[in-house]
Design a protein around this ligand. Structure first.
Ligand code: ADP
Ligand code: MG
Length: 363
């Protein structure tokens, strides 16, 4: 990767005894849309505040274009106003008593930019976010979506080195939120912005990001492009966070005929050929993860290779497809299926796995 715009090296931040960020490392490339995705309380906002200089790390280093901006061991801490970060918060944080123009101009005025330059930049930024012509409106005369655009324009007005976005769409209604995903992404591409984006919404992360770091308890558990994380999750946390998973336990078996996972409880076995069997030892207990859409439902009968027995517990009719709740191997999960074959509640069926599309994890 080219010189990272933002790099975290083993950064730790505590609040009293609580560990908000735990030896966090990641790097954002120039022009990259990089997203921190994780549940509430996992340390996303704290990470953005560390980048902005609103918090000081306890340990580790934060670099901007290769230069340390926070490093307790070297006694370095560059204050927020010297970092050129544009930040947009979940709550728009715009000033209700100011006009749209003055809201966007505020950071430029703080930096004592000449009036002509302020005007040019503010009008340019309002143009970028689709608010041209609204400069003289009072900020509170705008809709929620427009107010969020004002916040975005304010962050863009002084060409930040990095744009920091903390769940900026979460206060918008669903339809506008989806439209804004595309707008933000196309704006980022057009301006070649480096973006560090924070969300708990996996759909949002997958729709917009170049790369995603799935954060769990203050640490990125896996970093990659959306398809990598979805199809080859490094842990069940990542697998579950990015969508539905089917998880079963089994035992690794090796013989001259090949390697497989014995799913005793579900009465079947799954070939390990596509999963580098050398990683696992004979007799090792493992979990297999599959995406529901990679599993086929077949009528009951003798199980063949890569199949297990299951029982239909519930069926829901969803118009274009059916959703089955099935039990297998002592667990229940939900699988979608077409309408051609219909299995009634209580029916014994088989589930066929695609051994090329399963993830095997140590127990
Ligand atoms: N100023 C603070 N004082 C004490 N604890 C805090 C403070 N800010 C965040 N925390 C704690 O740090 C953890 C991470 O918080 P945060 O970064 O806000 O998570 P997220 O944005 O992912 O929801 C949480 O347990 C939170 O309670
Ligand atoms: Mg937060």
């Amino acid at each position: 990767m080219a010189q990272a715009v933002i790099e975290f090296v083993e950064v730790t931040k505590r609040f009293g005894p609580a560990l908000a960020v735990d030896r966090m490392s990641f790097a954002v490339a120039p022009g990259e849309f990089f997203t921190l995705l994780g549940p509430s309380g996992c340390g996303k906002t704290t990470t953005l505040r560390l980048v902005a200089g609103l918090e000081e790390p306890d340990e580790g280093e934060i670099l901007l274009n290769g230069i340390p901006i926070a490093s307790p061991k070297r006694g370095i801490f560059v204050p927020p106003d010297k970092r050129r970060m544009g930040m947009v918060f979940q709550s728009y944080a715009i000033w209700p008593h100011l006009t749209v123009f003055e809201n966007v101009a505020f950071p430029l005025r703080v930096r004592r930019e000449p009036a002509a330059a302020v005007k040019e930049r503010v009008l340019g930024a309002l143009d970028l976010v689709g608010l041209q012509g609204l400069a003289e409106r009072g900020a509170t005369e705008l809709s929620g979506g427009q107010q969020q655009r004002v916040a975005l324009a304010r962050a863009l007005a002084y060409t930040p080195a990095v744009l920091l976005l903390d769940e900026p769409l979460s206060n918008l209604d669903a339809k506008l939120r989806e439209q804004m995903r595309f707008e933000l992404r196309s704006l980022q591409r057009r301006l070649n912005l480096s973006v560090l984006y924070v969300t708990h919404d996996q759909g949002e992360a997958m729709a917009m990001s170049d790369r995603i770091a799935v954060v769990h308890r203050g640490r990125p558990e896996q970093v990659g492009v959306a398809a990598e994380l979805y199809e080859t999750p490094a842990s069940s946390f990542v697998g579950d966070f990015l969508g539905r998973t089917v998880m079963l336990r089994g035992t690794v078996k090796k013989s001259a005929q090949g390697s497989w996972i014995d799913l005793r409880n579900a009465g079947g076995r799954i070939s390990l050929a596509n999963n580098r069997p050398a990683q696992f030892a004979e007799g090792e207990e493992v979990r297999i993860l599959s995406r529901p859409e990679d599993i086929d439902l077949l009528p009951g009968g003798e199980v063949g290779p890569n199949q297990i027995k299951a029982k239909v517990e519930m069926v829901a009719y969803l118009g274009d497809h059916l959703e089955y709740s099935v039990s297998a191997g002592g667990r229940s999960f939900v699988l979608a299926a077409g309408k051609k074959a219909r299995y009634p509640v209580g029916a014994g069926i088989r589930l066929a796995f695609d051994p090329a599309r399963i993830t095997v994890l140590p127990l």
